[in-house]
Design a protein around this ligand. Structure first.
Ligand SMILES: N[C@@H](CCC(=O)N[C@@H](CS)C(=O)NCC(=O)O)C(=O)O
Length: 231
C-alpha cells in the first residue's frame, strides 16, 4: 500500500561542485525525500545565504522555512532520522566505525583540495603520496561491493563524491592511485553505478570541475591545460 509520509518542507542550499552537498543529495535521493535545491555562487555569496549560514558554507538545509541545519554530516543524520529505513548499520560499534570512516573521508576531501591547490610539483607529489596512503588504509576496511557489504550505507554516501573527483582527475595524475587496491576499485565501481550517486550532480559536472581546476592556476591546472592544448 502506498503510504505518503508527511515531511517538512525541505530546501537544500547547494553548489554544483561541492562534495559535502552531494552527500546530502545522495541521502535525499536514497530515501526518496521530496525537496528543493537552490544553487548559489560561492564566489559571490548572496546576503540571504550569509544571514542563514553560520559558517558561510554549503550545504545548509532549510526546514519549513524557519529552521536552518548546517554541516553535511548532521544534515545526513537528520534526513536519515525522519524517514523510514536506516542508512546506518544497526550495531552501535559498526555504526561508530562507519562514522569514523566518514570523518576520514572528510580528511580525504581536504587532501584533494591540497592536491589541486599545490603550487609546485614537489608539493603536488607529496599530496599524491598522502592520497595513495589513505586509499591503502581503506583497502582492508572495504567489505565489498559497498563499504559494509551488499547494502548501501551512510558511509557510501560520503565516499561517492570523493571517488567522483578521480573520474575527472585520473587522466591527468602521474600515477594510478587505485592500482593494487581491488577492494577500493570494486567499491568505486559500485558507487559509480548507484542511481542516487549518479544523480547527485548535474550532467555538466565533469566540465565544471575541469574548468574550476584550470582556473585555480596551480600545478594541477597546468597538467589539465597541457592536455587541452594537445587535443
Ligand atoms: N564541514 C562542512 C564543510 C562544507 C564545505 O567546506 N563547503 C564548502 C564548499 S564544498 C564551502 O561552502 N566553502 C565556502 C567557503 O568556505 O567560503 C560540511 O560537512 O558541511
Amino acid at each position: 500500500m502506498e503510504h505518503h509520509m508527511q515531511y517538512p518542507d525541505l530546501t537544500l542550499i547547494s553548489h554544483h561542485l561541492c562534495p559535502f552537498v552531494q552527500r546530502s543529495v545522495i541521502v535525499l535521493l536514497e530515501k526518496n525525500i521530496p525537496h528543493q535545491r537552490r544553487y548559489i555562487d560561492l564566489a559571490a555569496k548572496p546576503d540571504w545565504f550569509l544571514r542563514l549560514s553560520p559558517t558561510g558554507k554549503v550545504p545548509i538545509l532549510l526546514v519549513d522555512d524557519k529552521d536552518v541545519l548546517f554541516e553535511s554530516a548532521v544534515i545526513c543524520e537528520y534526513l536519515n532520522d525522519i524517514t523510514p529505513g536506516d542508512l546506518h548499520a544497526s550495531d552501535p560499534l559498526t555504526k561508530a566505525r562507519h562514522r569514523a570512516w566518514i570523518e576520514f573521508g572528510s580528511g580525504l576531501l581536504m587532501d584533494i583540495a591540497g592536491l589541486y591547490s599545490a603550487a609546485d610539483r614537489s608539493t603536488f607529489m607529496q599530496k599524491m603520496e598522502v592520497l595513495a596512503q589513505k586509499w591503502q588504509q581503506l583497502e582492508p576496511q572495504v567489505q565489498g561491493p559497498c563499504f559494509n557489504g551488499a547494502e548501501f550505507n551512510m558511509v557510501d554516501a560520503a565516499y561517492a563524491p570523493i571517488f567522483r573527483y578521480f573520474d575527472v582527475l585520473d587522466a591527468y595524475l602521474p600515477r594510478d592511485l587505485f592500482a593494487d587496491l581491488p577492494g577500493v576499485r570494486q567499491w568505486r565501481l559500485a558507487l559509480s553505478q548507484r542511481p542516487s550517486a549518479r544523480s547527485a550532480v548535474s550532467p555538466d559536472y565533469p566540465d565544471r570541475l575541469r574548468q574550476f581546476l584550470i582556473n585555480r592556476d596551480r600545478y594541477l591546472s597546468s597538467l589539465l591545460a597541457a592536455d587541452v592544448c594537445a587535443d
